[in-house]
Write a protein that binds this ligand. Structure first.
Ligand code: GLN
Length: 235
């Protein structure tokens, strides 16, 4: 039942790339769902705004925000990235993450990033911190090719099929893929970085970033944040 006030609520378009479980994924009906979606919905409920979700490629998110086609990016996006900070404004951090090297479960030769060799292809998702790292390895001549793909599901499939030797991706997300297909993938070595996820808004949109920060603080204080993290990590 709708109250009279609902009609005046502003609706923000939230962009994401939904092959990034448990943060950004799709349900059986191809609806965009995930921890990021539930967090931004809860923040909106707290701050009096509504959201709709847009499915974009990860490297299309910042351009879409700059062009005004979306209002918010909720996509497990590392807010510590200097290049991104120059283009968008980020909310407070909501999740700590790190990049890891993933290989096939039965691979006994690659035990860390240092075991990658000049004849190997390594996959990552386009526009991500993992892609930057993979391309850096290629530039340094440490691997044969950085295979940059649109969806992370494709990257994981290529790993399982043996088309690439490794995937460089965010640890909690690779863990979600490991859960979906047990005994196919494992992570090796030490984390390659440390990152903090933030929601992004158009540069200068202080009003919206302040609403997001206030809502984030409130849902942390009232337990909603922890409840949603628990739900999505224990699916
Ligand atoms: N955390 C990584 C980044 O910010 C990957 C995000 C993603 O693939 N959705 O680049």
């Amino acid at each position: 039942d709708k109250s009279a006030g609902d009609a005046e609520k502003v609706t923000y378009k939230v962009g994401t790339e939904p092959t990034f479980p448990p943060f950004d994924t799709t349900d059986e009906e191809q609806n965009i769902v995930g921890l990021d979606m539930d967090l931004i919905k809860a923040i909106g409920k707290d701050q009096g705004f509504e959201v709709t979700f847009e499915n974009l490629s990860f490297d299309g998110l910042v351009p879409a925000l700059k062009a005004g086609n979306i209002d918010i990016i909720a996509a497990g996006m590392n807010k510590d990235d200097k290049d991104r900070q120059a283009q968008v404004d980020f909310s407070d951090a909501y999740y700590e993450s790190k990049l890891m090297v993933a290989v096939k479960e039965d691979n006994n030769t690659i035990k860390s990033v240092d075991d990658l060799t000049k004849d190997m292809k390594v996959a990552a998702q386009t526009g991500t911190t993992g892609a930057n790292k993979t391309q850096e390895l290629q530039k340094q001549g440490k691997i044969k090719e950085a295979v940059i793909l649109n969806g992370l599901d494709t990257a994981m499939l290529q790993l399982i099929n043996g088309d690439v030797s490794a995937v460089i991706n965010d640890k909690p997300v690779t863990e979600a893929y490991m859960k979906k297909q047990p005994d196919k993938i494992k992570m090796v070595g030490e984390p390659l970085n440390a990152e903090n996820y933030g929601f992004a808004v158009k540069k200068g949109n202080t009003e919206l970033v302040e609403k997001i920060n206030a809502g984030l603080k409130n849902i942390k204080e009232d337990g909603t944040f922890d409840k949603l993290v628990d739900e999505w990590f224990n699916k």
